[in-house]
Design a binder for this molecule. Structure first.
Ligand SMILES: Cc1cc2nc3c(=O)[nH]c(=O)nc-3n(C[C@H](O)[C@H](O)[C@H](O)COP(=O)(O)O)c2cc1C
Length: 261
């Protein structure tokens, strides 16, 4: 009798798992209130954001789900007056930045797959005997296979040919295939963290506005960031001024966006 080899992902998620984490009860109405009262605020009042609240909200951003738990993001809370003034200028002076109490730059880090792969392997190794072998295999072998693109993305393009051919016959993991694909990869997780931050701010009684109407090149320079780091968005925070929300929230009919098959 031949034993069928389990796919690596099944191994990773099913084998020897003894961790039990119960889901706590949640007041869904409080969540609905948080989501529905979050609006992009363009004018803030003069009320400060409590420093500890701001720090807690940024920490909550880091709890967002992220690809392979490789956390391909950074958050720069720009606090010094001189840098903040520059950042407002690079947000093109828009009121959502100019009137904000706090500004955070969310940065996508495509290169962090490698940095955090190493950190993850170190963490797993520190578990000693208890370290799940499948996790070591995943971070040691699968992660480089999935994310290393090589010089001029040549490795990525070779992977593309191999995977697209394989994909003709069976379900196959595909992208990212290039440095650009890695940027998309990092932006996806970073954007999820941004939403965590904005919802956290709302839950703490504050407001926010995400901004991509920005001069990303100048902001990168201000933060002394180099390629392949990319600015995902700038998020402003504070409390809404009376006329801080420009109008009623507009969404098109959900029938255009939600498809049940
Ligand atoms: C990635 C992204 C970039 C945005 N950039 C800007 C911006 O530069 N300036 C601004 O005033 N609003 C910006 N917004 C806010 C959107 O205009 C806003 O989310 C949209 O109009 C829906 O309104 P709501 O957030 O109040 O629901 C941005 C939103 C996102 C998600």
């Amino acid at each position: 009798m031949t034993t069928k080899k389990k796919p690596i992902l099944n191994e990773l998620f099913e084998s020897r798992n003894k961790h039990i984490e119960l889901a706590p009860e949640i007041d869904k109405n409080e969540f609905i209130k948080t989501v529905t009262s979050r609006r992009s605020v363009r004018v803030y009042n003069k009320q400060k954001v409590n420093e500890e609240d701001m720090r807690s909200c940024i920490e909550l951003a880091l709890l967002a789900p992220n690809s392979s738990n490789l956390q391909p993001w950074e958050f720069y809370w720009v606090r010094t007056i001189a840098k903040k003034n520059k950042l407002v200028e690079y947000c093109l002076g828009q009121p959502a930045a100019a009137t904000a109490q706090e500004l955070v730059v969310a940065v996508a880090r495509p290169d962090y797959w490698k940095v955090n792969q190493k950190k993850m392997l170190k963490k797993i190794n520190e578990m000693g005997e208890k370290a799940p072998r499948s996790a070591i295999k995943y971070y040691d072998k699968i992660v480089p296979l999935a994310y290393r693109q090589g010089f001029l993305s040549i490795r990525g393009y070779l992977k593309k040919i191999a995977m697209e051919l394989r994909g003709i016959k069976k379900p196959t993991p595909r992208e990212p295939y290039s440095k650009r694909g890695m940027a998309v990869w990092a932006h996806k997780s970073t954007a999820l963290a941004c939403e965590n931050l904005m919802l956290a701010l709302r839950a703490y009684g504050y407001d926010s506005c995400p901004m991509e109407g920005i001069d990303s090149t100048r902001i990168k320079k201000l933060l002394e960031l180099k390629k392949p780091a990319e600015i995902s968005m700038v998020i402003s925070a504070g409390k809404r001024a009376e006329n801080g929300v420009y109008g009623k929230q507009v969404r098109f009919n959900s029938k255009y966006f939600i498809h049940e098959l």
